[in-house]
Every structure is written in C-alpha cells, then in structure tokens.
Write a protein that binds this ligand. Structure first.
Ligand code: DX5
Ligand code: ZN
Length: 216
C-alpha cells in the first residue's frame, strides 16, 4: 500500500495549521527541518513540531537535514513526531541514534543523499523502520527528480527483500504525477510530495491522485 506524505516545506508557513489540515487523506505530514549547515537553507525546529502536533491528527514524519542529529533527533520523537529521519552523513553513531529514537516510541529512519551509496549500510537496515532515498539534493522544494536514483531504489528494495525486512522505503524530491509511477515500480512505498501537493489548487485531491498513480 502506497503512503503519500505531503511536505509542508511547500506550504504557507504563516498558516501551517490550516495547511496541515488541507491535506485530508495524507498518511503522514512530512516536516523538513533544516539548520543552514547540513543544507544551505533554514526552516523550523522543535517548537513548531510541538505546535503542529496539536494542530493535526495526521502523524508527523520529521526529516532532519541538520548537523549533529545524535544530539537532536530523540527530542523530535519526544516532541511528538511519529517518525524521525536523520541523515547518515551527519550521524556519529547511527545505530545508537536509531535505538534512541525507537526508545522514544517513534519509527527510526535513515536518509541518504544522492551521492551516498546504500551498500555500506546493509547491515544497519534491521535497526531501522524506514530508509529514505533522496531523489534531489536536499535543501529546497520544487527541484527536478533525479532519474539516476532509480537503480539505487531498486537495489535498496532488493536488499530489504533479501533480509526479509518489512521496512518502508521512502523517496523524497521531485515526486509528482509524472515521476511517482517510476518510483513505485522501482520499489518505493512511501512518497514525499511538496510542490506537487501544495502548489495544486486542491491539495487533498492531489494526494488522492498521487496515491492512485502509485498503486496503479
Ligand atoms: C527537500 C526536502 C523535501 C521537499 C520536497 O530537501 O527534503 O521534502 O519538500 O519538495 P518537492 O516535492 O517539491 O521536491
Ligand atoms: Zn524532506
């Protein structure tokens, strides 16, 4: 079953509560946390996550594009995120970090930038509930989908199957009506969509349409 996670990065930040409620039918709300160090952009942090938690019943999928996730990620779980994703490139101790996130009751997820290979992390997969394969360089919404990531998505899904893992495989960046089928065919099952949802006249309708395409 495909999951569609709208990214509020493309929403109106002055109306976050309404924007969160505008995507009725979404599985998770994707919250991009950027610190202007790991990526050249700055967004929001813990207080906003805490407030969003109260503003919507949709569970929060926090994507931390920050340095020192070892220090910060467990606090996002504590703040009410149902899933917390850290970048392996920034993590000092990814296994310990994943365990800490799970200990807070959240799903633990690890993200790979486009140039980060998956193979060195094969043995870590059982510690995770989800793997995020970035399909753009992280930092901004509205970028073009990187087709060159499709083989990596396929390899990741095969690796998970080989180990008998039921974990989720998320794609983030440039996911839209014209790219989601390719991602699904390659083995992704959780789809982040920012501009494709929030730039649409009917965000909830866009979520439903993306889901239908992913499950085709
Ligand atoms: C980019 C963020 C994405 C972003 C995706 O670094 O991680 O979640 O919101 O936006 P679109 O779907 O417009 O590429
Ligand atoms: Zn993201």
């Amino acid at each position: 079953m495909a999951q569609i996670n709208p990214s509020i990065l493309s929403a109106d930040f002055a109306r976050l509560a309404e924007e969160a409620q505008a995507v009725d039918g979404a599985d998770w709300l994707h919250v991009d946390v950027m610190d202007n160090h790991f990526v050249p952009n700055l967004t929001l942090g813990l207080p906003v996550v805490e407030s969003l938690r109260k503003a919507t019943d949709t569970p929060l999928d926090c994507h931390l594009m920050i340095e020192q996730p070892d220090r910060w990620a467990p606090a996002y779980a504590e703040a009410g995120a149902g899933s917390v994703t850290f970048h392996v490139e920034a993590a000092a101790a990814p296994v310990r970090l994943a365990r800490e996130i799970r200990a807070q009751g959240a799903r633990a997820s690890m993200a790979l930038r486009p140039a980060t290979p998956i193979e060195p992390y094969e043995d870590l997969l059982p510690e995770l509930d989800m793997l995020l394969i970035m399909t753009v360089e992280p930092g901004f919404g509205g970028q073009a989908f990187l087709d060159i990531m499709l083989p990596k998505i396929r390899r990741a899904r095969r690796m998970m199957d080989r180990h008998g893992l039921e974990m989720w495989l998320q794609v983030d960046g440039g996911v839209s009506a014209s790219t989601i089928e390719r991602c699904a065919e390659a083995g992704a099952d959780v789809f982040v969509a920012g501009s494709a949802v929030y730039n649409a006249d009917d965000p909830a309708g866009a979520v439903a349409a993306l889901r239908e395409q992913a499950e085709r």
